[in-house]
Design a protein around this ligand. Structure first.
Ligand SMILES: [Zn+2]
Length: 157
């Protein structure tokens, strides 16, 4: 079995006027992210982790901000495309481990919803995804959020 690891990082500033999307889940009662798309840091980091594992560049190369098709886009599209490329190359997801770092919202209350959405978006079982939430102790990230995702993918040959 050929196994590859990928690491993805993303961050965005909060913006009051936008809806918050995290891991494909719309979260009520919090500001969203200032970004060209919906700014879903979890899905962006996951997309970059998959692309990194494949050696296929990054989200900005595949979905440039200059392209009007991605304005206000749901980030489901980015993950779906990355998964499509992964499958074209003969790889399956072994697991993904995701860390969300921000003052809010609490991931504990969203974890199962996000895992269900990740199963819907990627077609891989929810048990393959783990998501942790951390407060940014000692860091000045009050006005935004960041996410780090790692994936392991494998192919039979
Ligand atoms: Zn992003």
């Amino acid at each position: 079995m050929n196994i590859r690891v990928g690491l993805g990082f993303d961050s965005h500033e909060f913006e009051e006027a936008k809806d918050l999307f995290l891991g494909g889940v719309k979260v009520e009662g919090y500001p969203g992210f200032r970004a060209h798309s919906d700014g879903d840091v979890i899905l962006h980091a996951l997309t970059d982790a998959i692309l990194g594992a494949l050696g296929e560049g990054d989200i900005g190369t595949l979905f440039p901000e200059s392209d009007p098709r991605w304005k206000g886009a749901s980030s489901d599209l980015f993950v779906k495309r990355a998964v499509e490329i992964m499958k074209e190359r003969g790889y399956q997801l072994i697991n993904a481990d995701i860390v969300y770092v921000a003052e809010f919202p609490k991931i504990r209350e969203l974890r199962e919803k996000i895992r269900n959405r990740l199963e819907e978006i990627t077609g891989f079982e929810r048990t393959k995804f783990t998501i942790k939430g951390k407060r940014p102790e000692g860091l000045e990230v009050r006005g935004g959020a960041l996410c780090i995702a790692s994936v392991l993918i494998g192919s039979e040959d």
